[in-house]
Ligand binder design. Structure first.
Ligand code: VG1
Ligand code: CO
Length: 541
């Protein structure tokens, strides 16, 4: 018997990036099965199809992979390509889908959310282009979860996912592959590995913090084995089911060990960290932190120095809350710059259509059209290649960049686990007052406009509404507010703050000080602290 009767579970609505819930919710009998069957149904079934499967090594990942394999077999899939140990970083999964011409893939991860029995789990479906399912598909999946009455799952013993090779589950082939090799080979095609080997040979020092998550094996292979960086360059390199208790979100708050080292007297030349599933990156130089929005702009300005982008960029894209630093680079390069809603799924069409080759988000995500996901280690290699080509350190590169383009001071303030009603009422009120804000003076700043962002995809015309509130002040400063779509508890309010300084003076202020007037004006307009009773944000990046 492969057909199992079931009943819908509430709330199986994919968010910014897949379905994320507390692990215990995912472990309820039938919960994962319902979501996976709904996904298969929403993409027209998987009979005869080839799928890629893997995840970030978090708790429940192997059990989930075993379950999905039995479901894929019962649903008639032809082949599933699985990373050994059920491991695949998100960009490596995207690469495998593309290079193996698979029909799609399932990634088992809640990304930057902590893992473990008390923490989070997640499942994400990617399309044949290697990118996250677009909103039309996630909406169809959700609709299916609300009416599902049975799922298909083969009764079979668990497979051995620890050994590379092929086996069968009924008529379906299960192909266990080395999760690292194909990805590392691709990096070798894009970057000047010879120059990078030279850099490390000359004594360049680096600390790569994999935060006990999936990039460890990839980083050891690329930096230590292939590029000759000393053993120990990669720290927290063993993926652990609970990430060793770390919160694998590469930002100054959660990657504080790396930050302390990079700001200390014995700092290496270069530091980087990545997240749970390996698609995010944080870049730090000796004594200098690089904001993700600035990192995107620097990569855009210097990409031509990297062999894979020697012909130049076709265009760039950034999510709406990401700073406009990259816009200035695009303007000077004479290429298009697109502004999309938050989430990597909005970049896929632009890349597939050849309109952009580089994309980024303020949330530590950067990537290019080499895959259809953001890619943490790729971003680290971009920086290393730029450093090698220019013969300059991170601080010098940043100073030079700001002198050339001016500086977009930027910060994001997160208020976590707010009561959902408080957060939605606060933003509902703001929505009602948007019209009346225009022309007002707040804390000495004139409001130029205020609106709610909506996006029309220039390729397929799909419309996405309600993608965040924008308050634009005179002179190019702004505040953006939206609720997170990746949290699993209460509501998380994200407040994005930006101010442009053209230079040549005033390029070296502390970002929080530089943004103080905008922070004060936003508080006066929205009343975040007053309404939530919070003294300040939980996380500042
Ligand atoms: C957050 C980020 C967004 C990113 C998403 C997935 O979403 O803001 O930019 O694409 O996480 O990243 P939200 O809805 O919580 O703001 V990952 O690395 O967690 O898959
Ligand atoms: Co991630």
């Amino acid at each position: 018997m492969t057909a199992h009767p079931t009943r819908p579970f509430e709330g199986q609505k994919p968010g910014t990036s897949g379905l994320r819930k507390k692990t215990s919710i995912f472990m309820q009998p039938g919960y994962l099965e319902n979501f996976v069957q709904s996904t298969f149904d929403a993409v027209g079934g998987v009979a005869g199809k080839v799928l890629v499967l893997g995840g970030d090594g978090r708790y429940f990942g192997v059990e989930a992979a075993q379950c999905i394999l039995k479901m894929a077999a019962a649903n008639g899939a032809a082949r599933v390509i699985v990373g050994q140990g059920a491991w695949l970083s998100t960009p490596a999964a995207s690469n495998l889908i593309r290079s193996r011409k698979a029909d799609g893939g399932l990634i088992l991860s809640a990304s930057h959310n902590p893992g473990g029995p008390e923490e989070d789990f997640g499942v994400k479906y990617n399309m044949a282009n290697g990118g996250p399912a677009p909103e039309s598909v996630t909406a169809a999946i959700f609709a299916r979860t609300q009416e599902i009455d049975s799922y298909q799952k083969m009764e079979a013993p668990d497979l051995n996912l620890e050994m590379v090779g092929e086996s069968h589950l009924g008529a379906m082939v299960v192909e266990v592959v080395d999760p690292v090799a194909a990805y590392a080979d691709m990096m070798e095609e894009i970057f000047d590995f010879k120059a990078l080997r030279g850099l490390f040979h000359e004594g360049f020092t680096m600390r790569m913090d994999s935060m006990c998550a999936i990039t460890g094996p990839y980083a050891v292979e690329i930096f230590e084995n292939r590029l000759g960086a000393p053993k120990g360059t990669v720290v927290h390199e063993q993926p652990l089911p609970d990430f060793g208790g770390m919160h694998p979100d590469p930002n100054p708050t959660w990657a504080h060990e790396l930050m302390d080292e990079m700001m200390g007297p014995a700092a290496p030349d270069f530091g980087a960290a990545s997240d749970g599933d390996g698609d995010r990156n944080m870049i730090v130089g000796r004594g200098i932190y690089v904001s993700p929005s600035d990192s995107l702009a620097v990569i855009a300005a210097n990409a031509h120095l990297v062999p894979g982008y020697a012909a130049g960029l076709s265009g760039v894209a950034r999510s709406m809350p990401t700073s406009a630093a990259v816009d200035r680079v695009a303007e000077s390069l004479g290429i298009a710059c697109y502004e999309t809603p938050t989430g990597w799924k909005f970049f896929g069409n632009l890349m597939d259509a050849g309109r952009v080759s580089l994309c980024g988000e303020e949330s530590f995500g950067t990537g290019s059209d080499h895959v259809r996901e953001k890619d943490g280690l790729w971003a680290v290699l971009m920086w290393l290649n730029i450093i090698a080509a220019r013969g300059m350190g991170v601080a010098e590169i940043m100073a030079d960049h700001w002198e050339t383009y001016g500086r977009n001071y930027y910060s994001r303030h997160d208020y976590e686990v707010l009561p959902i009603e408080t957060a939605t009422a606060m933003l509902g009120d703001l929505r009602d007052r948007l019209e009346s804000l225009k022309g007002k003076q707040v804390q000495g700043l004139a409001i130029e406009s205020a609106d709610e962002f909506s996006y029309t995809d220039p390729v397929d015309g799909a419309i996405s509404e309600g993608q965040g509130f924008r308050i634009l002040f005179e002179g190019g400063s702004r505040a953006v507010l939206r609720l997170s779509g990746t949290g699993t508890e209460g509501a998380t309010l994200r407040v994005y703050l930006e101010r442009y300084a053209p230079g040549p003076d005033g390029l070296t202020e502390d970002p929080q000080a530089a943004l103080a007037p905008i922070i004060a004006a936003t508080e006066e307009i929205v009343g975040i602290r007053a309404r939530t009773g919070r003294k300040g944000p939980d996380v500042i990046t």
